[in-house]
Design a protein around this ligand. Structure first.
Ligand SMILES: [Fe+2]
Length: 264
């Protein structure tokens, strides 16, 4: 009987060890496996005094620089050609926003040791040529929609880097860029010439997934009113909902600080 109890206990312990081992093995082996998302991030990451700098961080820095390199000539052309007050105003915002962002990205790139391009990429040069070759209504359409599409593509990239970066300089640059990109999207839409159907179609081209979300509204049927989502107590708050009027983006941030004299 004594012998059997020992054997039973031994069996139980062995079974427990085997179970824990079976659970732990995949975790242990996965942590050490190259080719995972974490391993890929780690492989392209360098340490800086402002936190780790990933390949995605460096990519955003380069893309902010590239945006200025093609949007500044595009904005200048819009101001010079000025087919309408709305296009002129959009060109003005492109120049002001990217002159400011370019200062910021040059300072950040110098601090982090990231090499910057000095020419727009091939695609951006193509867009500039398309605009230069167009005239009249075609020019206005191309100016607004080439720029609006480019801003729409970078918008989620900024959000991802803003969310994931561990580098304080990149985090601030992402915040500043987000503000400027939203301002440019807003001012381009204010021209009334954005082709929203083209943007929506472009976003889903190549995908076959069924749309998800709540059911489509039934014509003539009134949806039930939703109760307010609010705190259960009347708490004293001090912040404002928005720093600017609806349809505007507050771009009144202070000038960048250039302690290392990067801007010359
Ligand atoms: Fe822009």
């Amino acid at each position: 009987m004594q012998r059997m109890r020992i054997n039973g206990t031994t069996f139980l312990v062995a079974a427990l060890v085997a179970t824990v081992g079976a659970i732990a093995f995949p975790v242990w082996s996965y942590a050490d496996r190259s080719g995972t998302g974490q391993a890929n991030v780690a492989a392209g990451t360098v340490n800086t005094q402002w936190g780790p700098l990933t390949a995605a961080d460096r990519d955003l820095i380069v893309r902010v620089r590239l945006a200025g390199l093609w949007e500044l000539p595009a904005g200048q052309q819009a101001l010079e050609r000025a087919p309408s007050q709305a296009i002129k105003e959009a060109g003005d915002h492109l120049i002001v926003g990217h002159t400011d962002l370019d200062k910021r990205v040059r300072i950040v790139a110098a601090q982090l040791g990231v090499a910057l391009p000095n020419q727009p990429n091939e695609q951006q040069q193509g867009w500039l040529q398309e605009m230069s070759a167009a005239s009249g209504a075609e020019y206005e359409y191309k100016f607004v929609n080439l720029l609006r599409a480019a801003h729409g593509k970078i918008f989620p990239v900024i959000g991802t880097v803003r969310n994931t970066t561990r580098n304080t300089l990149v985090r601030q640059l992402a915040s500043d860029t987000n503000q400027t990109v939203l301002d440019h999207i807003t001012i381009l839409e204010k021209t009334g010439k954005v082709d929203f159907d083209a943007i929506a179609n472009d976003a889903v081209s190549g995908t076959t997934a069924s749309p998800t979300g709540p059911a489509a509204p039934v014509p003539g049927q009134i949806a039930p009113s939703a109760p307010a989502a609010e705190p259960s107590a009347n708490l004293p708050t001090t912040s404002s909902v928005s720093p600017g009027a609806p349809g505007t983006v507050n771009t009144g941030r202070p000038d960048p600080v250039d302690t290392a004299g990067v801007l010359g």
